[in-house]
Ligand binder design. Structure first.
Ligand code: PMP
Length: 396
């Protein structure tokens, strides 16, 4: 018996692997604090839950149209107008089982064998693996912590070749928390204006978790909008990770292509989730704003806690709920038993000695760094960083 060669082409998500290791230790009775996972620790707002309960009672229990119910796609268009001043029609929208599926559909719809996909580092683990699944080639642009992990138009242009098919990025960024301003996006758009065959995948799933003001989408520049595929969803902004709803907004041609792929893989996403999503997208954003206020408080506190630890360089995130510090000053150090040689060792050391889970920077294309989530309660964050400080003080 032999499994397919396809399986050799890509890796398991490092974020999920760390969460699994944490759960295994917890099953042994060890109190592990999880700073590895990328999900809000809040409950879904009540009005959205009520809409789902109503949908069940109203018997929304059948298969759904592949791109999503019309009222959901209209609600997504309404949201894109209200929050982003962008004009889309339902034919431009495809709803999926999470933004992860939206990304997978889009990459499979655009990328051919050996096509180059430019991705600035650090990037979300899944991007590079999906490109490998599509048999494309990842071209990284290295960004630097001192530039707040932002790339410049010159760096972008230097990475473009005749084989470039897609530019893929997130703002706010997972894992760095980088948020591009309108001017910075315009700088990148000026480059894309010169290269009309490049698609731009703009992952905006952390849109609402922004500490510096209004969210800006690269789709706002009309002359490139047709080549932009916005990826968004309900997981982060509405604390709905388990409900599984993501969507794209794109040209009708790209939308149709992703619908064709989804039609064979999963069909339309859950009917109940879609009905609740209409309420989430068109309803009161107060719970979302309150969650972001809480993330703002936690970000401030976590930066204070990290500042007390020698040898950790931590840029302030402008969005999302992670810090992504450079921990490489610990590489080469040992507690007498374990020697830390890279970010994977660093994370395993913290898991085994401090019982805190985190995610190694290698998985995000930045081997000097480690990602720590602050989507956990303030008492847990305080306790986790106390333990991390103590564990790191043993490394000489
Ligand atoms: N994009 C980014 C940058 C993410 O961090 C995540 C979730 N960790 C996703 C997309 C996928 O979100 P969803 O739950 O909607 O699949």
């Amino acid at each position: 018996m032999q499994l397919s060669s396809f399986l050799q082409r890509f890796n398991e998500p490092e974020t999920l692997k760390m969460a699994k290791l944490g759960r295994e230790l917890r099953a042994q009775g060890i109190d592990v604090i999880d700073l590895s996972l990328g999900e809000p620790d809040f409950d879904t707002p009540q009005h959205i839950k009520d809409a789902a309960i109503k949908a069940i009672n109203d018997n929304w229990s059948h298969y759904t149209p592949v791109p999503g119910f019309l009222d959901l796609r209209e609600a997504i268009c309404e949201k894109l107008k209200r929050d982003n001043n962008l004009d889309y029609k339902p034919e431009n929208i495809v709803a999926s089982t999470g933004a992860k599926q939206s990304l997978a559909n889009t990459i499979l719809a655009l990328v051919d064998d050996n096509d180059e996909v430019i991705i600035p580092t650090p990037y979300w683990v899944t991007y590079s693996e999906l490109v490998k699944i599509a048999r494309g080639k990842v071209v990284e642009i290295k960004s630097e912590a001192k530039a707040k992990f932002k790339i410049t138009p010159a760096q972008l242009e230097a990475a473009i070749t005749p084989k470039t098919k897609v530019f893929l990025f997130s703002s706010p960024c997972n894992p760095s928390g980088t948020v591009y301003t309108k001017d910075e996006l315009e700088g990148l758009a000026n480059v894309f204006r010169k290269y009309p065959d490049i698609y731009i995948i703009s992952d905006e799933i952390y849109e609402y978790i922004n500490f510096i003001g209004a969210h800006e989408s690269i789709a706002q520049f009309d002359d490139i909008k047709d080549r932009v595929i916005i990826i968004n969803g309900l997981s982060k902004g509405f604390a709905m990770t388990g409900w599984r709803l993501g969507y794209i907004a794109a040209s009708a041609e790209v939308a149709k292509a992703t619908e064709k792929i989804q039609g064979q893989f999963t069909s339309g996403t859950c009917a109940i989730t879609q009905k609740a999503a209409v309420t989430a997208l068109t309803g009161d954003l107060k719970p979302t704003v309150e969650m972001t206020e809480e993330f703002t408080r936690r970000k401030k506190r976590v930066l204070e806690l990290v500042a007390e630890i020698p040898g950790i360089e931590c840029p302030e995130p402008d969005g999302a709920f992670y810090i992504f510090p450079d921990v490489s000053s610990y590489y080469g150090k040992s507690d007498g038993t374990t020697t830390i040689t890279n970010s994977a060792d660093f994370c395993m050391y913290l898991l085994n000695t401090a019982h805190v889970s985190s995610v190694m920077g290698e998985a995000f294309g930045e081997p000097a760094c480690v990602r720590f989530s602050f989507a956990n309660s303030l008492p847990k964050i305080e306790e986790a960083w106390k333990r991390i400080k103590e564990a790191l003080s043993k490394l000489k």
